[in-house]
Design a protein around this ligand. Sequence first.
Ligand SMILES: [Zn+2]
Ligand SMILES: [Zn+2]
Ligand SMILES: [Zn+2]
Length: 175
Amino acid sequence: MGSLTEARFTELVDRGCTACSTKKLVIEAYVEGKFPLIGGEPAGVVTWAYKGETFVDGVFAIRCAACKHEVFADPMCPRCHAPDGLVRALETENAHSVPKECPGCGIDSVTYRAFVPATVLYEGKRAGKARTECDLYDPGYRGIRAECKSCGPFDPREGVCPVCDAPGPIRPQPR
Ligand SMILES: [Zn+2]
Ligand SMILES: [Zn+2]
Ligand SMILES: [Zn+2]
């Protein structure tokens, strides 16, 4: 788990803002998405690959949607817990090369898996949709691996944390 457990997260969103007591909170998290690419450029809508525990695992800040009061913040990398990992993740560019084609069959249409910083609006336990302003090639965008429809996964990021580039060990991601 990240520094927030699912139980602690539920407690925080249930309680809402501790300053103005609104229930609307903005959750900031590193969220895993599947990005369709053609020739290394975005080519369609991102599909978010998170639910429950996997989402909570990537949370690094919780703010009030009304008064901006900070309910929770953690400067650690949400994936590997490197102490200064979050800033490095958000401010540096993707260290994984974006695939232009599948090395197996040469097709230029592939799916890229990446962690991106996104926000989700919560009202009590009700969660909105993930939103991100972090595009491919922006600082903060973090590639994990690519997938070809016919050949399967290729070019996984190995040996370092995919989010902050810190050397391992990388703990398993909850599913
Ligand atoms: Zn507030
Ligand atoms: Zn990390
Ligand atoms: Zn292929």
